[in-house]
Design a protein around this ligand. Sequence first.
Ligand code: 5AD
Ligand code: SF4
Length: 442
Amino acid sequence: MNVYDSERMAEVLAPLGYVHADTPDDADMVILNTCHIREKAAEKVYSELGRLRDMRQKRLDRGHGRMVLAVTGCVAQAEGEEMLARAPYVDMVFGPQTYHRLPEMIARAQRAGGRVLDTEFPLESKFDELPAARKVDGASAFLTVQEGCDKFCTYCVVPYTRGAEVSRPANAVLSEARELASAGASEITLIGQNVNAYHGAGDDGETINLASLISSVAEIETVSRIRYTTSYPAEIDAALIAAHRDIEKLMPYMHLPVQSGSDRILKAMNRRHDRAEYLKLVDDVRAARPDIALSSDFIVGFPGETDADFEDTFNLARDVGFVQAYSFKFSARPGTPAAMMDFQVEEQVKSERLERLQQLLNSQTKAYNEASVGKTYAVLFDRVGKKPGQLIGRNAYMQPVVVEADADMMYQTANVDITHGFAYSLGGTLALGESTGTRISA
Ligand code: 5AD
Ligand code: SF4
């Protein structure tokens, strides 16, 4: 979502004459878009800010103007005033809900001594104030359909930094999707902290769910791939599962964070599903779309997690077989209930559990990649490879595929015969014949 927000900020700034600088060294303004989800990400902000302060000084020494330094995103939202005090050289601190006000903030920051703090949750929605025209860099675009979260998992800062759950009206989402399509996006990923909780207003006062939103986006002819992320397991409904069976443009991939495989820990996390419900969901999704690729998030070392709890998590991961996963050590976040819980797990134990789990998850990804050899996949190319003449794209299952191909294939979809399965990617050769679009052709 930070990627999406940064793109939108660039669009707000374009009418003021701002363009992207290649590097921050000589930029008139640098906006650091930050993440507060774990301590490591949040702490990085200050080391990055220190570097930018030095760059600003060097630029002044070269006789160039003073760089405006701004911080946004969830660390800005969470720390606000505290950040202005801890980094007195920062000019602007603003949260993720106020960036439509950037022109006015910049004007204020440029006045002598004018430092700006804006961490409000304004009544107006930023989406109504942002420019309607969208730019797309490549063939794939993010589209925020829903923001915020009311789930209050006990470890998570999102409900505090991104605010309560809000869905954009369906029509606003669809006009933006059409904008993105005409700007060149053939793949659109609908995003939200809790994207499957989407319940946007329709035109006639009805409520539109994610499945029907997806089916409307699928009507845009030039959009060939639709994805969505991130889902909350307890809120996956039958309509969304059916969409995976019925909507050809909806890619067979689902990111479904489970966090833990232990019922005791899931309860302490305030996740609203237990292990059995999660496994049942996986079965239902696979019944609707047998080839679906599942990915997940895991937290190890949540307060009170015993060896037996961790084994439950390990076994769940082993039994489900995720094609891709993100796993983290529990990070105590200020203001969250879990940070204050008894029985915090020792760092050493967290590290050991993480390593064991990651070994398993990596081996599953590798096995999945190896099993792809011999298949032919439609691949949407979206970046150049490390070696000259190479392009990299993704297949429907999100596996990166490296191929030797002409540069003019960039942003196109073509069939690729898979010849190699590596730890994190596939290798292949262009298949003869027409691309079949989004599904496996053979
Ligand atoms: N500590 C560790 N991981 C966390 N996540 C969220 N909050 C924390 C935390 N306090 C992870 C969850 C979530 C992902 C985005 O980040 O796994 O799904
Ligand atoms: Fe955080 Fe996701 Fe839980 Fe919401 S559902 S509180 S965003 S982990």
